[in-house]
Design a protein around this ligand. Structure first.
Ligand code: GDP
Ligand code: CA
Length: 329
């Protein structure tokens, strides 16, 4: 079985860890492969280095190097480089890069400078981390999510997504989300092939706008998923009308979507999504989702540990089989 997963950072990575465990438990590890198409819209250039937060969160989480409580960055991190940079007055000080993490960005930037595309660099970094999945960036081209803010500072009407989230803590309303460069970008090598060859496509509980939405904004990816002819099943990142963590409510508002599990499903639409899992607290929304032509189940959706995430992955695969069965019938 070939599973393709579109993933952002923390939500995607924690789900993937559960999916890997579910596949291993089912003793399918030898016959199942997982391809992850990672969001690169959060990428940012800092201190001359190319930083890919979502790819790294997936790589570190699946490779055993993640800072567990934080959900991003390296475990056992130190901050000597950051302190030294600050002593030179060199910022930005709002973005926390640890010493161990710096090494990843140095290697990546060095390889990019030598002419390797990001997809090849990611493969090289994964040779160390052995994430147990094939991790491909959505594109090798530069795409950067910018957020148009309500209350511009210093004359700027838009800020980089990282600045919106990390520096401003999404404290000002977002008017629009712009995946700058997406229209001109091409899917990275292997992306469309993986989608066309998939048996099932999963949307983890990742941010529907700035993670999965950005991946879908790369021309060709949305169409390839819609045309793959295999079950596409998603899990809601919204539980009880609020994101479990992060700023999904703010960026959903910017695209005119309510922060409910049902509204997110309808935002993806039945043209893309066949099945949708909502949390048990949102069981009352199942009817609305089904009325939109998307098969819906209510199951616990809190990834409190790897076992909980594995149960969610099993539920997603079961729903995919139901969709497949219905398509055959
Ligand atoms: P990011 O790039 O680090 O923001 O990560 P993602 O885009 O992959 O995921 C962020 C989304 O994951 C947020 O909208 C959260 O609401 C959602 N999320 C995080 N933890 C959980 C969880 O345990 N359960 C569910 N259902 N959603 C979660
Ligand atoms: Ca992200």
């Amino acid at each position: 079985m070939r599973i393709v997963v579109l993933a952002g950072g923390i939500g995607g990575a924690r789900f993937l860890r559960g999916l890997k465990a579910a596949v291993a438990d089912a003793d399918d590890a030898g016959t199942t492969d997982i391809t992850v198409i990672g969001n690169t819209g959060d990428d940012i250039h800092l201190f001359g280095l190319k930083v890919c937060p979502d790819l790294d969160t997936v790589m570190y989480t699946l490779g055993g190097g993640i800072h567990e409580e934080q959900g991003w960055g390296r475990a056992d991190e130190t901050f000597a480089v950051k302190t030294e940079l600050a002593a030179y007055g060199v910022g930005p000080e709002w973005f926390g890069l640890g010493d161990r993490d710096f090494a990843t960005h140095i290697v990546r930037t060095q390889m990019l400078g030598a002419g390797y595309p990001l997809s090849a660099v990611t493969e090289a970094l994964c040779a160390r981390w052995q994430p147990g999945v094939r991790l491909i960036p959505m594109t090798d081209d530069r795409v950067e999510t910018h957020v148009v803010v309500d209350t511009p500072e210093d004359g700027r009407k838009a800020v980089h997504f990282q600045e919106y989230w990390v520096r401003l803590h999404a404290s000002v309303p977002a008017q629009a989300i712009l995946p700058v460069g997406a229209e001109q970008s091409k899917p990275a090598p292997g992306v469309l092939e993986a989608i066309a060859g998939a048996d099932v496509i999963l949307f983890p509980p990742s941010n529907p706008v700035v993670s999965i939405g950005t991946i879908l904004a790369v021309p060709g990816i949305r169409e390839a998923i819609a045309e793959a002819g295999v079950p596409v099943v998603g899990l809601s990142p919204i539980v009880g009308d609020a994101p479990v963590r992060g700023m999904a409510d703010k960026v959903l508002a910017a695209v005119g979507v309510e922060s409910t599990a049902a509204a997110v499903a309808e935002h993806y639409g039945s043209g893309l999504l066949d099945g949708w899992l909502v949390d048990t607290v949102d069981a009352g929304l199942s009817e609305a989702v089904e009325a939109a032509g998307i098969r819906c189940r209510a199951v616990p959706l809190m990834m409190t540990d790897v076992h909980a995430a594995a149960r969610m992955a099993r539920e997603a695969l079961t729903l995919a089989e139901e969709v497949r069965g219905e398509a055959r019938a």
